[in-house]
Write a protein that binds this ligand. Structure first.
Ligand code: HEC
Length: 175
């Protein structure tokens, strides 16, 4: 009786030892004492930071939201008629996405403008800006101005951007 108890205790001790060592080895890896670069780590991914250029569309992809710029194909044509509905929508979107920098009248005097030290928001009523094409406005809204104005392609859908463009044209009058 006593001998078989001895054997059982020894076996149990052995099992605990083996399991304990295994557990210890696993902890070494899970606490990164020995670091293995598992490919599932969050930092290894094609993410990009705020205000960074948007990722280019995958090769051979076709836009499904209507005529949008295709890199290297120049400025797109405005497909949206500048009727009252479009301009009204554009005005609302301008108040949400642009006014803080460009100001309610588009003259570059929004509440954020004083804090932009290096580059003041463009005066959208000026002849210089108004002489640009609708497609150029569209690209500016979509891609921003490098280091000066953020790309707003994630804030505004393609049709919304054209509504804003149509609204920008009405700013000419206040010049
Ligand atoms: C964070 C502030 C900011 C916001 C928001 C912003 N802009 Fe701008 N925008 C600027 C600045 C700064 C410039 C001037 C860049 C320069 O000096 O070339 C500019 C320039 C422009 C220009 C002139 C580009 C050119 O080719 O000369 C247009 C058009 C324009 N913005 C339209 C818009 C519209 C439309 C929106 C909203 C959908 C918008 N911006 C939102 C800061 C802003």
């Amino acid at each position: 009786m006593s001998t078989s108890l001895d054997v059982i205790i020894k076996r149990m001790a052995m099992i605990f030892l083996v399991v304990g060592v295994l557990f210890g080895v696993i902890l070494i890896f899970s606490y990164d004492i020995i670091k293995i670069d598992w490919p599932s780590f969050m930092e290894i991914q094609p993410s990009y930071k705020q205000m960074e250029d948007p990722l280019p569309p995958p090769e051979r992809s076709i836009p499904i939201e209507g005529p949008i710029s295709i890199p290297g194909m120049g400025a797109p044509e405005n497909p949206t008629t500048a009727d009252e509905a479009s301009v009204t929508r554009g005005a609302e979107l301008f108040a949400i996405h642009c006014q803080m920098c460009h100001g309610p009248t588009g003259e570059g005097n929004g509440p954020v403008a004083p804090f932009l030290v290096n580059f003041k928001p463009a005066n959208l009523t000026s002849a210089v800006v108004q002489s640009k094409s609708d497609g150029s406005f569209f690209l500016t809204i979509s891609n921003g101005v490098d280091g000066k104005m953020p790309a707003l392609n994630e804030n505004l859908t393609v049709p919304e951007r054209w509504d804003v463009v149509n609204f920008l044209r009405t700013l000419k009058a206040s010049e």
